[in-house]
Design a protein around this ligand. Sequence first.
Ligand code: F0G
Length: 435
Amino acid sequence: MLAELACFEQQCRARYAIDETIYNCPDCGGLLEVVFEPASLPGAAPDWARLWRERRTSNDLLEQSGVWRYRELLPFDGHHHQVVSLREGNTPILDAPRAARYGGLDRLTFKHQGFNPTGSFKDNGMTCGVTQAIRLDRQRVACVSTGNTSASMAAYASAAGLDSIVFIPLGNISYGKLAQALEYGARTFQVEANFDQILALVRLLADRLGIYLLNSINPFRIEGQKTIIFEMLDQRDWNPPDWIVLPGGNLGNTSAFGKALRELCQFGFIHKIPRLAVIQAEGAAPFYELIKTKGEFRSVKEPRTLATAIRIGDPVSWPKALHELTVTNGAVEKVSEQEIADAKAVIGQCGIGCEPASAATLAGIRKLTEAGTIRADDDVVAVLTGNVLKDPDYIYRYHTGELEDPDGRKIDARLGNRPVVVPNDADAIARMLGG
Ligand code: F0G
């Protein structure tokens, strides 16, 4: 496969070698994407689909990875011996009847990326990002993160023997995520600024110090995240759903999903492109506003939401996401803090659980079915991006009625499930249990 970097701006499309360390087009400043030459396409799609299925039964680490199993559609030919894998991917598709009813659907399935090694979808991208760092012979990697990216980068960098440097907004990530970065050995800086401001800072430092940047502006992260869709379609025997619903923060995942769907269509794996529905939190919804107003992109200066993973006001990948939303005839929705919290509790009641940002999906589905955008009998897959234990403090406060939104307003514990303090007395407890 001949792979190159290409400028995403349609009027530029400048090409660069796959091993250049660039994150934006040196000509016009546009975002970069990886492109394959069509001449180097693999054989017939069904043959590759069969091979990928067979690889699932292998004990080889590369085949066991839910990312590298699909390596024919990733730009690492000749570098598979350098792969850094923690057996990422392999995440389940779970049926959730209770969540379906709540969302106004006959049926709903969740593709749960929280089953990844560090507990979020970032691992799908990070295995590729860190592998590219090794290919480029970089010793230091860095990112700014609302938590999950840093946990993932720290783990993969340490597994590869690289030094990782993590920048996080002071006080605005959950302890579950910060703890991982520390445990995996990342040098961790808490900065008194928000995600968007810190990204500008890290880009500057990465340039100045020659550190490899692993935020989702890095096109190799996006390549890895494509495999979430490859695996989803593989698990559905290449039967595309009507809708794929995901939360939107920095919009890397939206870009990756759209690219994956376009490639699967182009290479003959699917014949229909599912519609993407991107859900943002009300206090951090610049992409929603862009689509609704059909105007110019306007960043949100002070994004606010308890769903810290998507607390981003100036998403770098918005031009890509806009393209993918158009190509897939997608939709956007925004949801309130109360809607996220209730939807999250419903996902918990399905025995599944997820972190707040992920629950925006179900809250968004409920609004999109009410509006008639998604129909009750549509085939819908929602992607749960992170694990339930990533934000345990939020969960405890919701269930005990102590959760407050960023403006200090109480969130109603509509589906609250408070722990009960009891005496060490069998009779008293039996009475409470109706016996
Ligand atoms: N869900 C979770 C759990 C996330 O951690 C993120 C992003 C998103 C959704 C949004 O995805 O940025 O691709 O639109 N978290 C980043 C981080 C920004 O630093 O961990 P996106």
